[in-house]
Design a protein around this ligand. Sequence first.
Ligand SMILES: Cc1cc2nc3c(=O)[nH]c(=O)nc-3n(C[C@H](O)[C@H](O)[C@H](O)COP(=O)(O)OP(=O)(O)OC[C@H]3O[C@@H](n4cnc5c(N)ncnc54)[C@H](O)[C@@H]3O)c2cc1C
Length: 510
Amino acid sequence: MSDSIVIIGAGIAGLSAGCYGQMNGYRTQIFELHDKPGGLCTSWKRNRYTFDGCIHWLVGSRPGSGFNRVWQELGAVQGRHMIDHDEFARIEGQDGKAWVVYTDIDRLEAHMKTLAPGDAAVTEEFCQAARRFARFSETMDMVTEPAGLIDRISMGARVLPHIGALRKYGRMSIQAFAARFRDPFMREAFATLFDLPDFPMLAMLMTIGWMHNRDAGYPIGGSLAFAQAIERRYLDLGGKINYRSRVEKILVEDVPGTDDRQQARAVGVRLSDGSEHRANAVISAADGRATIFDMLGRRFINDEIRGYYEELPIFQPMVQVSLGVARDLSDEPHAVIYPLTEPITVAGKVHRRLAFRHLCYDPSMAPAGKSVIIVGFESDYDFWKDLGQERERYDAEKQQVAIAVIDHLEGRLPGITGQIEAVDVATPMTTERYTGNWQGSIEGWLITTRTVNMMMGRGMSKTLPGLRDFYMAGQWVEPGGGLPSAALSGRKAIQMVCKCAGKPFQAQLP
Ligand SMILES: Cc1cc2nc3c(=O)[nH]c(=O)nc-3n(C[C@H](O)[C@H](O)[C@H](O)COP(=O)(O)OP(=O)(O)OC[C@H]3O[C@@H](n4cnc5c(N)ncnc54)[C@H](O)[C@@H]3O)c2cc1C
C-alpha cells in the first residue's frame, strides 16, 4: 500500500489532495514554488489595500448545497461570511441604457422585458432555462461517487429530465443566443457579459442558476484568506508544506509491466536545488503542460493527450490593474462593463469597453471609507513575453497601461486621479511567474461548444499512459477550471489512490 505521497503545488487542487490524503491516513507533503498557498487563488497587499486576483463567485458557498460539503471538509467556509450580490453585473450602452444582470431570475426577467419589450419571447426562453438549471444544480450531488447500480440509476433519473436542455445549451454559443435579440442594445449587452469565443450558453445559465440559488457568493476576506483556511486545515491534519520549492523533475523507475510493455512508476520528485524527495505516489497539481512535457520529459503521452495540448483553446491571460483610492465607492454598482468614448489600447490590443469592479462589499480590502478598484483586460501573452526580455520596456508598458486606465476612469469618476493611493499592474508574466501556469492562463482549458461534452462526459484522464502511482489534479485536468473543480479533483486524486490500494475513501469535517 502506498503510504507516502508527494504533491506538486499548493493551489486549491494541491491543498485539497493534501487534506484528503491526510484524512485517509497517508503521509503527504506538498512542494510549492511560491512562498504562500493558493496558486491563482490569491490576493496581495499594497499600501494598506488588498488587491484580489481571483474570487468573483464561489460555487458551493451556501450551507447545505451540493458542493458546500467539500468546502466544509476543507475547512474553507466555516465562520466565513458570504456576500450574495443582488446584481451579478451591469452592462451599459452608449445611450445610457443598462442591462442589470439581477441574480434573482424573476427580477431579471421583468427588467429585460422592460428594456427590450419586443424580445419578450427570447427573454422568457432564457429565464426559463436559467430556472431549470437552478433546479438542476439543487438536485445534483457533485461530490458523492455512485456506490453501486442503485446510486447510478438514481443519479441518471435526476439528470434525465435535463438531458435535452444540457445538450441544447451546451452546443449553443452565447453569441448565437445573443443574435436572437432584435433590440440592438440587448443583443450587444448579452454577448458582452461572457465575452469569450464560442463560450456555451450552458455555462452562463448554470452561473445565473447558482447565483439565483444564493450558492455562488463571495467569501469575505477574499482569495488568499480562503486559501489560507485550507492550508490551516491541511497543517492541522498533519500535512507538511515546503514553500519556495520548485519541482523540476518527477522521478520514475522502470518496473516490469503486467503486459509486455515496460511500465514505470513515479517514486518522488527532484527540486531545482537538486534535492530528491521520495514517496510511494506523486500527485501533480501544477500546470499540466509543465508536468507532462518538462517534469516527465514527454515520456508518458499518447495521441489523445498530445491532442489536448496542441489543439484545445485556453482561457487567455489577463492584465489586472488594481487601484487603492481614498474614496468610498460603495454607492456605485460593484461590477460594471461600460463603453469608452475613446478606445483604450492595452498591450497592443484595442478595447472599446472597460470592465470595472470595486470591492467595497468586503471591508477587509481597504481602510474604512476607501476602496479598491479592479480593471481587467484579456491580454496577449506573446506581447508581454517579448517585453519581459527588457525590464525597462516592460515596466514602461505597465505604467502606460495604468495611466490609460486612470485617465478613462477619471471620465466616469471625476476626481479619482487625485485620490489614488496605490497602483498595481499584474500581467500574464506575473501569473506565469507566481503560478507556473502555461502562458499565464487564468483558468486552464476554455470550455467551448465543441469541448463542453468533455466536461459533462468522461472528462480528461487523471493518469498518464505507462506510468503508475502518478495522478494529476487541478484545472489542467478539469476543463473549465474554477475553484470547485480544483478542490474536487484533489479529492478525486485521493479517491483513485485509495481505490488502487483497495481501501475505502473517507472524508471528515474538521
Ligand atoms: C482573475 C481570476 C479570476 C478567477 N475567478 C474565479 C472565480 O470567481 N471563481 C472560481 O471558481 N474560479 C475563479 N478563477 C479560477 C481559479 O482561480 C482557478 O481555476 C483555480 O484556482 C485553479 O487551481 P489549481 O490548484 O488547479 O491551479 P493553480 O492555482 O495554478 O495551482 C498550481 C500551484 O502549483 C504551483 N506550481 C506550479 N509549478 C510548480 C513546480 N514546478 N513546483 C512546485 N510548485 C509548482 C503553483 O505555484 C501553484 O501554487 C479565477 C482565476 C483568475 C486568475
